[in-house]
Design a protein around this ligand. Structure first.
Ligand code: SF4
Ligand code: SF4
Length: 354
């Protein structure tokens, strides 16, 4: 069987082209390429921190390939807390032993934020052979150094997410604060789409590191703005705004953060390509953005900051004082916020990075 080219693979993964997500990926040629690679695939160690298990649950909902195919034919999941019967020192021993045996060759997947307060005592993952408690933060400092690639799955692991929302007494942070930032691939989302997780793993296993944007997200899935591919965009351009959820019209006035948020939700769709947030009459709450959730709340209220520079031809047509936030203007807006620490870094982080 001819090996599928990287170019073809990328094309299949691009939802805007395929419109049905990775279901197109599970064509025989790709499946065969996966299976061939599977024999020598590096082990995956999946660790959970301060999380709700939603990212793992999202992964279980993968359709093409389904979870059975994923686990038995594609990836080599050596450890996942949900599939392990071990606890205490048996768990940490297994993790350390596997990481030592595969030093420089395993993929570390982290789900959930990392609590830093009280030397990380809010998140104890087990104990060592002497009975001393092992915190997540200390475990990760070892595992990240040994891993070939580190993947942060979900907004909590990527940027802190819900776990780091104010007041954040546990001082949760995203993985980028712990590991060598260059090694971390962020797959944000609350939760991330299963295709984003499976597709990123596929890219890594078959062709190497994916191309990342400024926030460490694979461009393959996060390059476009939600707003630019939204089927309600015509409403926006014609100044037709819903005033209540469930009404026709653009959802900007009732809180949609689509103009600030990157992802391919409008074209990939969720739940087996059946719908997505705006399709279900709910505004995008910006769940893939580093600013989520502190700066994208209240979720059902329009952000006044979405009054970016009005430089599109539709600016005059809006006529409601909203202005038009173009992708360019919003990118500058977000970059400015990030550089000034308003996005991605909470106040405590700026006081002393770890
Ligand atoms: S603001 Fe939201 S609902 Fe309106 S066009 Fe943009 S993404 Fe769609
Ligand atoms: S539409 Fe927005 S809130 Fe919904 S999953 Fe996509 S990025 Fe997250």
């Amino acid at each position: 069987m001819k090996k599928i080219s990287r170019r073809h693979f990328l094309k299949l993964c691009t939802a805007s082209a395929a419109a049905v997500g990775l279901s197109q990926m599970w064509i025989p040629a790709v499946g065969e390429a996966f299976r061939k690679a599977a024999g020598g695939n590096p082990p995956i160690l999946w660790i959970q921190g301060s999380a709700c298990n939603g990212c793992s649950t999202s992964l279980v909902n993968t359709v093409h390939p389904n979870m059975r195919e994923l686990l038995t034919e594609i990836i080599n999941m050596s450890f996942h807390p949900g599939f392990s019967s071990k606890a205490g020192s048996l768990l940490t021993d297994q993790l350390m032993e596997t990481s030592r045996r595969n030093e420089g060759n395993f993929i570390l997947v982290v789900e959930g934020a990392i609590p830093r307060a009280y030397q990380g005592m809010f998140n104890i993952v087990g104990e060592d052979s002497s009975g001393k408690k092992v915190t997540l933060i200390s475990l990760l400092s070892d595992l990240c150094k040994r891993a070939k690639t580190v993947i942060a799955v979900g907004s909590c692991a990527s940027f802190g997410g819900i776990s780091a929302a104010e007041p954040n007494d546990a001082e949760c942070v995203g993985l980028e604060k712990l590991a060598d930032v260059n090694k971390v691939v962020n797959i944000p989302g609350c939760p991330p789409h299963p295709d984003w997780i499976v597709g990123t793993l596929a890219q890594l296993l078959l062709y190497g590191n994916p191309e990342l944007d400024d926030y460490g997200r694979p461009k393959l899935f996060y390059e476009g703005l939600i707003h630019n591919n939204c089927p309600r965009r015509q409403y926006f351009d014609n100044s037709i705004f819903a005033e209540q959820p469930g009404e026709d019209g653009c959802l900007l006035q009732i809180g949609c953060k689509g103009p600030l948020t990157h992802g391919d939700c409008p074209t990939r769709l969720w739940n087996g390509a059946s719908s997505w947030c705006v399709g279900a009459n709910a505004p995008c709450i910006g769940c893939t953005d580093p600013s989520f959730p502190d700066l994208t709340m209240p979720f059902y209220k329009r952000m006044s900051e979405i009054e970016g520079p009005g430089i599109t031809s539709t600016a005059d047509a809006i006529g409601m004082g909203l202005g038009v936030a173009t992708a360019l203007g919003l990118a500058a807006h977000l970059t400015g916020n990030y550089l000034t620490g308003r996005i991605g870094r909470k106040k405590r982080d700026r006081e002393g990075d770890i």
